[in-house]
Structures are given as structure tokens and as C-alpha cells.
Design a binder for this molecule. Structure first.
Ligand SMILES: Nc1ncnc2c1ncn2[C@@H]1O[C@H](COP(=O)(O)OP(=O)(O)OP(=O)(O)O)[C@@H](O)[C@H]1O
Ligand SMILES: [Mg+2]
Length: 332
């Protein structure tokens, strides 16, 4: 169950994160409840989903949000059956928490920081007592393998509050920060199938630079790098041009990242403007070289240029062509 074989299985799904995976498995083996905390896109869900998939114990998933009332996780008495038969165990429709407790499942709560306080209070009782008292139903005990595993994002500002100390005192916590540059490039390669190492390195460097730029409040996670590379690959295919061509990478950069970054209010700059600056620094100029800039996927059947498609040789770097801004004009 929570053993070395599980570590290997998770290791095949998750790039890097060896220490964190080992700690997660050890914490669950010790019978403790666990929260993974970290910025968006740092692999919390990837790790926990893999764990749930391979742990060999039942697994119950709930998505944390404001509508997750106590009744939604605990369950309710079916009104029509109560009318017909009165209150009985049979009339009770168990919710995900009760199902997880009875079957000794991993109870996986996504975005626990979005769960309303009154629902968290139910979880506190279960974590401290290992049981729940349901009116007109009685006591429900948690089977020995029941564990709460949860993910939360400390920077998530929408409809969230910090979880109370009553909860945090009952769970162990592992912080997942951004991974190294090499690991992020490996993640992007894995998710996109693109094997162009110089391009992957440049894209990851650009995306990491959004996290440190003095005028960006919130930068992009590795998700932005994945999308950038996928869009560049598709654009390259559509145009029959190399994936690293400046026109391709600039469009992909703006499309993948302009909605993801949050510019500091005091900077008075458009996201596109800052992204062009970072693009010039990291991707300006053709990355990698000519035809060998390939995708891992199947090659195009022929290299012909379709009607309406600009031949790659005629393209100029869009940075020098202000009328061709796919995201709208650069603000003055
Ligand atoms: N270590 C990793 N190994 C493999 N894929 C990863 C890893 N880290 C991130 N990814 C990929 O990056 C994307 C985001 O990861 P994931 O959804 O796990 O992040 P998260 O930490 O749960 O983010 P959020 O806080 O926004 O929910 C996914 O496409 C995932 O496949
Ligand atoms: Mg997640």
C-alpha cells in the first residue's frame, strides 16, 4: 500500500519531486492526514492523482468550492423514503465523506482553501475523533485506512480564506515550490511531445522570468510553458514553418501567457508589452535552426506550402512589424 512499490509507480507519472513523493507516502503510512500546499501548476494534483491511482485503496474525490455544504459531503435522508418509511439507515444517502470513512478510502479534497468553514468543521471532527455522528442515523466510524489528503494554493484569492488553525493543527503539510529549470523543461517535453531541447529551454526560461519580473505581480506556471509550446507546434504545422521561427514563438508567447500573468498596477504596462520584452530576450531570433527543428509526432506528408500560407522565407520578425500583432496593437 504505502510502500516502495508505490514510490516507483508515482515516480513514473511525476517528473522529479522524489523527496516530496517519499514524504507524502511516509506521512500516509504513518496514518496522518496531509495537505499539499504550493503555487498553481506545481504538480500537487498530478502527485495526488497518481498516488490515488496506485495506492491500491479506494479513493473518493471532492472539489473544494463555496457550494460544498456539510450535507453535500456527509449525505442526507432521502425525503421521499423518509415520508414512506420514516427515518432509517436505508433512507440515508451517504455523501462522499461517509463513503470514504466506511470504505477506508483516501478522501481527496481539491482546493481545500475554498471549502466553507462549516464544512471544514465537519472534517475537523472526523480527523480528531475518527468518527461522525449523524442525526437520526447514528455513529459512522472511519476504517483504519481512511486519510484526508488535500491540495491548496496559498495565492488563490477567489472566495477563499486561510484554513483555520483547528484544521492546520490536525494535518501535516508539504510545500511544493516551483521545480528546477531542468525539471520544468522535462515536464513540458512530456506534456507536449516536443523534443526540441533549445526551444524547450528557452520557453521555460521565459516563463520562469515572468515569475521574477519586477513589473509582474503573478507570473505563469509551467502550464503556460506547456501551452506556449503546444501552440507553437500547431502554428508551425499550419504554416509549414519551424516551431522556433520568431513569428511562431511570438504569437504563441502572447496567446499562451498574456492572460496568465498579472501586471503590477503601478507599472502601467500592458501584459503584451512586457511579454514582448521577455520574448526578445529569450526567444527572439530563430531558436535551434532549420529543418531539424522537428516534433516528436508524425512529420507532414509533404513540405509544400498551401494556398494562402506565407512561405517561411518571406516572414519577417513580427517585432518589426507592428501591424501584425495578433493580440491587438501595442499600447502607447
Ligand atoms: N512534476 C510534474 N510531473 C509531471 N507533470 C507535471 C508536474 N508538475 C506539473 N505538471 C503538469 O503541469 C500541469 C499543472 O500541474 P497540476 O495540475 O498538478 O498543478 P497543481 O499544483 O495542482 O495546480 P493548482 O494549484 O492550480 O491546482 C499539469 O498539466 C501537469 O501535468
Ligand atoms: Mg490542482
Amino acid at each position: 500500500m504505502f510502500d516502495a512499490a508505490l514510490l516507483d509507480a508515482i515516480g513514473a507519472d511525476v517528473t522529479g519531486r522524489e523527496d516530496e513523493t517519499e514524504t507524502v507516502v511516509a506521512t500516509l503510512d504513518a496514518g496522518r492526514h496531509l495537505v499539499l500546499e504550493g503555487p498553481p501548476g506545481t504538480g500537487k494534483s498530478t502527485l495526488l492523482r497518481s498516488l490515488a491511482h496506485h495506492a491500491g485503496v479506494p479513493f473518493v474525490f471532492v472539489e473544494g468550492n463555496a457550494e460544498l455544504t456539510p450535507a453535500r459531503i456527509v449525505g442526507y435522508h432521502d425525503p421521499s423514503r423518509v415520508l414512506a418509511e420514516g427515518y432509517s439507515a436505508d433512507a440515508f444517502v451517504p455523501g462522499p465523506l461517509v463513503r470514504a470513512m466506511q470504505s477506508g478510502a483516501l478522501f481527496y479534497v481539491e482546493e481545500i482553501n475554498r471549502v466553507p468553514e462549516e464544512t471544514l468543521n465537519v472534517l475537523i471532527t472526523v480527523m480528531s475523533e475518527g468518527e461522525l455522528h449523524i442525526p437520526r442515523m447514528g455513529r459512522v466510524g472511519a476504517a483504519a485506512t481512511f486519510r484526508l489528503i488535500a491540495a491548496m494554493n496559498p495565492y488563490d484569492a477567489v472566495g477563499t480564506s486561510r484554513i483555520s488553525s483547528a484544521i492546520s493543527d490536525r494535518v501535516c503539510r508539504i510545500f511544493l515550490d516551483y521545480q528546477s529549470e531542468t525539471e520544468e523543461a522535462a515536464i513540458v517535453a512530456r506534456r507536449t511531445g516536443v523534443e526540441n531541447a533549445p526551444l524547450l529551454a528557452a520557453v521555460v526560461a521565459l516563463v520562469r522570468a515572468t515569475r521574477k519580473h519586477p513589473q509582474i505581480r503573478i507570473g505563469s506556471s509551467v502550464r503556460g510553458a506547456i501551452d506556449l509550446v503546444l501552440i507553437a507546434a500547431s502554428l508551425g504545422r499550419l504554416r509549414n514553418s519551424p516551431i522556433g521561427h520568431p513569428d511562431v514563438t511570438l504569437r504563441a508567447t502572447l496567446t499562451a501567457l498574456s492572460g496568465r500573468i498579472r501586471v503590477d498596477e503601478t507599472a502601467d504596462r500592458a501584459p503584451e508589452d512586457i511579454l514582448r520584452e521577455l520574448w526578445l530576450l529569450h526567444l527572439g531570433g530563430e531558436i535551434g535552426g532549420g529543418e531539424e527543428l522537428g516534433l516528436a509526432g508524425p512529420a507532414r506528408p509533404n513540405g509544400s506550402v498551401r494556398e494562402g500560407q506565407r512561405p517561411p522565407g518571406k516572414q519577417t520578425a513580427p517585432a518589426d512589424r507592428p501591424t501584425d500583432h495578433p493580440q491587438g496593437p501595442t499600447p502607447a
